[in-house]
Design a protein around this ligand. Structure first.
Ligand code: SF4
Length: 637
């Protein structure tokens, strides 16, 4: 299988179907949607109540953490209680640090998730430890015999397994050989899958989550490659960990999960959001339905070999246009009117005296005026560019012209500065590409009217790379979606991959429905940040919380956001517990971790700086710590 699927969904990674209670997952089954309870698992009544809420929202599986034996045995009562109320869908136990708990839970639940990073080995110390070949082999032998014990219990009780690796919790042993890398995540997982294969235990799903979407995508692609090489096809569970809250969390999840579903990878998804677990289900279902729609199954007419490396991030070469800054992807925004209100909503100011339009850090880089019927003044500009259709463009004005490819090819005069040319897959003939390659002022706009837009746009990039057309390319994506949440989610799922793969140099979203233009622009910036392509706000890495959370994380996150939202470019982790939090906070600059009822620990990177801070003052303490670190200077990336 090509890992990056250029012509699409007839070439999905063909997994085998597994049985989880009364649910089949993988193979030709639909993409399963799931979530995780955040009640203390031993509070059986509360856990049953919340599971019912999640199931009623449309989940097909619900997971519970098993922190100790009390939790592990409570799972029996939760399962029985749910069945007694008519809820027979599968439940899953989530186990870390204690293999014995997995053995207990496997007798009662339909699936057990174990984490290769801490199933047998001690929690990672983030130290570089040396393992000789003999020591390494001995660890694997220990893993083989211990996992076999669990497999036997699972077989007896018809319980499935998930081998659930997280980027933030690799063992020291794996880190010593592979580092904190996608390769390390894959090897950690494969060690477990090889044991399952050896003992012919097939009811196994697999996940490789990270809060870093680029790492996550590369890891899943490598996993599929490696499984294929070793004749395995276990179903794949997708998720972006610690995605955060609200639309930011949904967009980030859609960027990571959407990229892989576009690749043809993924059998079940979880959209992890901080807050109510039931609220995760609507966006997860929307995402699953988006990829199940007939539009996504339209095969495009393109069969060229892949021209990019899907396993390593690199920016596409744009050296044919030397004046273009390819470090920072652009945002282009349609301008529906020239009112002060609209400009202000986009972070743009307009000085009537000097007729100057000025952009800011948060405003689009390029404003598109279309083809206005009235004559426009030749505005002066500051930190912003103005784009207008070629047919109304006036030579040597401050506006820049936008052409269709044929118009560009036959144009009598062009801009000496920058010419924006719309291309689609079928217009990119060898003759047209030869002309484009000779013009260093060109920025291409990749357009698609195909119902399977992402596939066609991927083919455009592939064609340009294969033919050495190293010009900058802005992605154009047009929607007619009145539901804002759906617009944001589908735009993220369709477009994020082009930034994850370093292909596109800008994003031009249009929504021909009554959506505020500021929401469209904000969505584009959030997609770029989610794909780690451009930072325009503080990045929050926040776990969804679970039974280990002993403080009000939702309130804590809201308070932390309030006092740190001006710190553009900083990554701040807000995590539910100190057991997994420090590991899972990935590459955050600062951490805010639940340390007990009403108590929070504060971290600089992975180093504990303040212990047991009262949650009422902890957000301010965090800000103080950041400011001290930066000697009172404004903290800007
Ligand atoms: S970091 Fe802790 S509280 Fe948050 S989801 Fe992970 S285990 Fe649960």
């Amino acid at each position: 299988m090509d890992i990056v699927n250029l012509s699409f969904t007839d070439k999905r990674f063909d997994t085998h179907s597994i049985t989880i209670g009364n649910l089949q997952m993988g193979g030709t089954n639909s993409i399963r949607v799931q979530s995780m309870a955040n009640t203390p698992t031993h509070d059986v009544e509360a856990s049953i109540r919340q599971a019912i809420e999640i199931f009623d929202a449309g989940a097909e599986l619900v997971r519970f953490t098993a922190v100790d034996e009390k939790d592990a045995y409570a799972l029996r009562d939760i399962k029985n209680g749910l069945v007694a109320k008519g809820y027979t869908k599968p439940i899953v136990a989530d186990v870390h640090f204690n293999a014995k708990l997995a053995d207990i839970a496997a007798q009662f639940v339909d699936k057990v998730r174990i984490n290769p990073g801490n199933y047998l080995e001690k929690r990672a110390t983030f130290a570089t430890l040396e393992f000789t070949d003999d020591e390494y082999r001995a660890e694997l032998e220990k893993l083989d015999s211990r996992l076999l014990e669990l497999i036997k219990i699972c077989r007896e009780h018809h319980t499935a397994l998930r081998i659930g690796t997280n980027h933030g919790s690799l063992s020291d042993r794996i880190m010593s050989r592979y580092g904190d890398t996608p390769e390390g995540m894959v090897e950690a997982t494969m060690e477990f899958l090889r044991v399952c294969k050896k003992y012919d235990f097939q009811d196994v799903a697999v996940s490789l989550k990270s809060s870093n979407t680029v790492v996550m995508v590369q890891a899943y692609r490598l996993l599929v490659k490696q499984m294929s090489a070793e004749a395995m096809n276990f179903p794949v569970h997708l998720g972006v960990t610690e995605a955060g809250t609200g639309s930011d969390g949904i967009i980030k999840s859609a960027v990571g999960i959407g990229t892989l579903l576009t690749d043809g990878i993924g059998d079940t998804i979880r959209v992890s959001l901080t807050g109510s677990p039931a609220a995760e289900i609507a966006p997860a279902k929307m995402l699953a339905e988006h990829f199940a729609s007939s539009n996504k199954n339209v095969k495009i007419n393109y069969n060229e070999p892949l021209a990019l490396d899907p396993f390593k991030f690199s920016k596409r070469d744009t050296s044919l246009n030397p004046s273009f800054d390819n470090k920072k992807p652009l945002v282009i925004c349609d301008l529906p009117d020239l009112s002060m209100e609209t400009l202000k909503s986009l972070g743009i100011s307009f000085d009537l005296n000097t007729m100057t339009i000025s952009g800011s850090n948060q405003s689009p880089d390029v404003l598109y005026f279309g083809a206005p019927e009235m004559d426009l003044p030749d505005f002066k500009t500051k930190n912003i560019s103005l784009l207008i259709d070629y047919k109304v463009w006036i030579k040597d004005s401050n506006f820049e012209p936008l052409y269709g490819l044929n118009t560009y090819l036959s144009a009598k005069y062009k801009s000496g500065k920058r010419n924006w040319v719309m291309v689609s897959l079928n217009t990119l003939t060898p003759e047209a590409m030869a002309v484009l390659k000779a013009d260093p002022t060109v920025v291409l706009i990749a357009c698609s009217m195909c119902v399977n837009q992402a596939a066609e746009q991927r083919a455009i990039f592939n064609t340009l790379i294969a033919n050495g057309v190293n010009l900058p390319v802005v992605l154009s994506s047009i929607y007619k979606e009145p539901d804002v949440a759906k617009f944001q989610l589908t735009a993220a799922a369709d477009n994020g991959l082009f930034f994850i793969d370093g292909l596109a140099n800008g994003l031009w979203l249009s929504n021909f429905a009554p959506t505020q233009v500021s929401i469209v622009s904000e969505t584009a910036f959030t997609i770029l940040q989610s794909a780690r392509a451009r930072y325009t706000k503080t990045e929050y890495i926040a776990c969804p919380s679970c039974g280990r959370t002993l403080y009000d994380i939702e309130k804590g996150l809201a308070e932390v956001k309030k006092v740190t939202q001006h710190l553009t470019g900083l990554k701040i982790a807000v995590m539910g517990c100190i057991v997994n939090g420090p590991g899972e906070m990935a590459d955050a600059d600062y951490g805010y971790m639940g340390a007990g009822p009403g108590k929070v620990n504060l971290y600089k990177g992975k180093t504990l700086v303040k212990r047991g801070v009262n949650e009422a003052v902890a957000p301010q303490e965090l800000l103080k710590m950041i400011e001290e670190e930066h000697h009172g200077e404004s903290v800007k990336a």
